[in-house]
Every structure is written in C-alpha cells, then in structure tokens.
Design a protein around this ligand. Structure first.
Ligand code: ZN
Length: 130
C-alpha cells in the first residue's frame, strides 16, 4: 500500500492527485490491474472529474455548499456536520484501471482529493491489485 500526504490550504478545496497516484503505480511496479484510491477521513472525499477547466471543481464545491449549507439545524457538537455529509455524498474512494503502468483516465478526467473542512494535514492510501 502506498500513502500520499497532503496539506490542504482552504476550508473547501479540490486537489488534483492524479500525478501522485500515477507515481505510486510506478513505484509499485504495477503493469496491469486496479488501484483503490482511498482517504481515511470523515470530512474529505475522493472523486474523478474534469480538471481541464478549473471552474468545474469550483462549481462542484459551490453546488455542494448550496446543497449542504455549512450552517443548518445540525446536532453534531464539533460544528462540521456539513463536511461529514459532503464526505458521505462524494465518497471516500475511487477505483482506477492501470494498464501498461498507466492510470487510465479520460481526456478531461483527473483524480481529486476533496477537502470539506480544511485546512488540515490529510492522507490518501492507494492499494493496487494485479
Ligand atoms: Zn465532526
């Protein structure tokens, strides 16, 4: 298993981790298989979406914030329930195909780490299966 460390810098943020996942696949010497990209946090998530236009991740974060407002009638005393809800909506993991040592993605796709309650020090685990 490979570990990717991240330092997020904003409360809400999507960080492209495609290159780090590709590097992990290279280090694991995986030629053909599957990579599980997983984050062990309850206020963060992993998703795959467009990175060609930086307005796409901005719009995703804004839409999630409209759907799940930071302040509402939440009970959780830590005060970050919106981040927990967004984490569950987006999900803690994605699976990617590895072929000929390369992470297979569409032309416009990137793998994103989604921060919903930053800034924090975060981890992503990548486990490869061949
Ligand atoms: Zn909490």
């Amino acid at each position: 298993m490979k570990e990717i460390s991240l330092q997020t810098r904003a409360r809400f943020e999507m960080i492209d981790i495609t290159a780090a996942v590709q590097k992990a696949a290279h280090e694991a010497k995986i030629n053909s298989g599957i990579g599980l990209v997983y984050t062990p946090h309850t206020t963060a998530a992993i998703t795959i979406n467009e990175n060609a236009d930086p307005d796409v991740p901005r719009d995703i974060l804004a839409a999630l914030d409209r759907a799940v407002p930071f302040s509402s009638n939440y009970r959780h005393a830590e005060g970050n329930s919106a981040a927990h809800v967004k984490s569950s909506l987006v999900g803690a993991s994605e699976m990617v195909i590895i072929e000929n040592g390369n992470v297979i993605l569409g032309t416009w796709q990137s793998i994103f780490f989604c921060e919903f309650d930053g800034p924090r020090t975060r981890k992503v685990f990548v486990k490869f299966f061949s």
